[in-house]
Design a protein around this ligand. Structure first.
Ligand code: NAD
Length: 497
């Protein structure tokens, strides 16, 4: 099989798509020639096949990253010089924005306009943000009296294994690469096997930007094979993972054998609380965005809407009207499309099976609840609203990861907080109220890594992102995102010597 292929998208854009494993700044075949086929979720047709890493390939990529970590071409760079490489990469991503957005729409099924206006800019912003930090992230001198001088150095951890999911292939890669490179680490990034194409294209830009060989290695491959090999590899010093809670737990277990530093960003079942004094139009707009954007495939999706009983009926009617007005299903390349297909057939079936379980457990489907193929094709699911939902139901407890929301009534603030916290997850939460005192009080009481007051899911690369409970360990983004990528070395100097 060739190392690249010419692809043309429905919007007429053509590009040379790399198909290899990116190791040492070169695209190579997998050791046994195995591949994974990427499927267009809109048409259900194959796009192309991409090499998939074996355990041997992971060994090669880790060896390249280990060598690069020690090589003066990377190790001796000042923070300023590392930052300059990252700025160059950000500029190249900006130059190739249309192609990257096209690949993302084709491979993942998200609307082209969203990929272009939100996802590609996020990559650029994150790279530039951490490029700026590369020469501003240093240690301290510590006063321990005249007999001794003490200071700390922030050092890179070493070879970082990074494993990303398919819901934001570009952004999740940027969130991981940005801080790792900023701190001087080297990386083996494993893409999600469902959506490898956009980051393989970025690999070309990484080489063009001038990163030394082996600093960033990018592998497509299956989780149980390439992902597990990376997590267990003795020469990998750190694992950063984003994906499901179940896989996160496996990663944690496997990483324990070599006591690796780990960061985990896993699932969620985030609540959105609407109090009686809330601006209902504002609440409806954000509540819709918070669950229906990105086809509902967001770890922080506010998938449980808790509404005060006095405004429940009014909210429900407005929410359904908002879905009908805004959630336009269709081809990701159609500029009117708000919602594309689910990423794969497996996810589509998984979402439909949750809808079925909701029905069986006695919930009411107030809207949607069925497949919604476009021109007879594609993994589309109608935006779905459940009512009459009880706290024990699977649709209220488990992460569906699709355009499905449960809307439930509460009577008191205490009950709302109790319901919000009655989950093993703790990623995001949203609160709608005009009462600032209540807003701060509830924000403090909710068990979550992030709380939005009068909005939902408007995360920002300058603000820490991450969960509590079984939603993860550690933080990405913001200044806090640097801590998981450096070790602090303490140096003690005996001044009496
Ligand atoms: P997953 O957690 O299995 O996959 C995420 C990443 O981990 C992928 O790159 C995958 O190849 C890798 N992986 C899988 N098994 C591995 C292993 N044993 N060792 C190392 N790496 C491994 O998620 P999925 O199966 O693609 O999706 C299933 C569900 O996960 C979704 O329905 C959703 O609920 C959840 N999910 C959450 C997020 C998130 O951002 N929190 C993202 C994607 C999926």
């Amino acid at each position: 099989m060739a190392m690249e292929i010419e692809l043309t998208a429905p919007n007429g854009r053509r590009w040379m798509q790399p198909l290899g494993l990116f190791i040492n700044n070169e695209f190579v075949a997998s050791s046994n020639g195995q591949t994974i086929t990427s499927v267009n979720p809109t048409t259900e047709e194959d796009i192309c096949s991409v090499y998939a890493a074996t355990t041997d390939d992971v060994d090669k990529a880790v060896a390249a990253a280990k060598k690069a970590f020690r090589d003066p071409s990377w190790r001796q760079l000042s923070g300023t010089e590392r930052g300059a490489l990252m700025y160059t990469l950000a500029d190249l991503v900006a130059e190739h924005a249309e192609t990257l957005a096209t690949i993302e729409a084709l491979d993942n099924g998200k609307p082209y306009s969203v990929a272009l206006k939100e996802n590609v800019p996020e990559v650029i912003n994150v790279l530039r943000y951490y490029a700026g930090y590369a020469d501003k992230n240093f240690g301290q001198t510590i006063d321990v009296g005249p007999a001794k001088f003490a200071y700390t150095i922030k050092e890179p951890i070493g070879v970082c294994g990074q494993i990303i999911p398919w819901n934001y292939p570009l952004d999740m890669a940027a969130w991981k690469l940005g801080p790792a490179l900023c701190c001087g680490n080297t990386v083996v990034l494993k893409l999600a096997e469902q959506t490898p194409l956009s980051m393989l294209y970025v690999a070309k830009l990484i080489k063009q930007a001038g990163f030394p060989p082996g600093v960033i290695n990018i592998l497509n491959g299956y989780g149980r094979e390439a992902g597990a090999a990376l997590v267990q590899h003795p020469d990998v010093d750190k694992i950063a993972f984003t994906g499901s809670t179940a896989t996160g737990k496996e990663v944690m277990k496997m990483a324990a054998a070599t006591m690796k530093n780990i960061t985990l960003e896993t699932g969620g079942k985030s609540p959105l609380l609407v109090f009686p004094d809330a601006d209902l139009e504002l609440a409806t707009t954000w509540a819709h965005w918070g669950i229906m954007s990105n086809q509902g495939q967001i770890c922080t999706a506010t998938s449980r809407i808790l509404v005060h009983e006095s405004i429940y009926d009014a909210f429900l009617e407005r929410f359904k009207a908002k879905v009908r007005e805004v959630s336009v299903l269709g081809d990701p390349f159609d500029e009117n499309t708000f919602q594309g297909p689910q990423v794969t057939r497996a996810q589509y079936e998984r979402v439909l099976s949750y809808i079925e379980s909701g029905k069986q457990e006695g919930a009411t489907i107030a809207l949607g609840g069925e497949p919604a193929p476009q021109k007879g094709k594609g993994f589309f699911v109608a935006p779905t609203v459940f009512t009459n939902v009880k706290p024990h139901m699977k649709i209220f407890r488990e992460e569906i990861f699709g355009p499905c929301v449960a809307i439930v009534a509460f009577q008191t603030e205490e009950e709302a907080i109790q319901m919000a916290n009655d989950t093993t997850y703790g990623l995001g939460a949203a609160v709608f109220t005009k009462d600032l005192v209540r807003a701060h009080r509830v924000a403090k009481e909710i068990e979550a890594g992030m709380v939005w007051i009068n909005s939902s899911n408007d995360s920002d690369f300058r603000v820490p992102f991450g969960g509590v409970k079984q939603s993860g360990i550690g933080r990405e983004l913001g200044e806090a995102g640097l801590a998981p990528y450096c070790n602090i070395k303490a140096v003690h100097i005996n001044m009496a010597a």
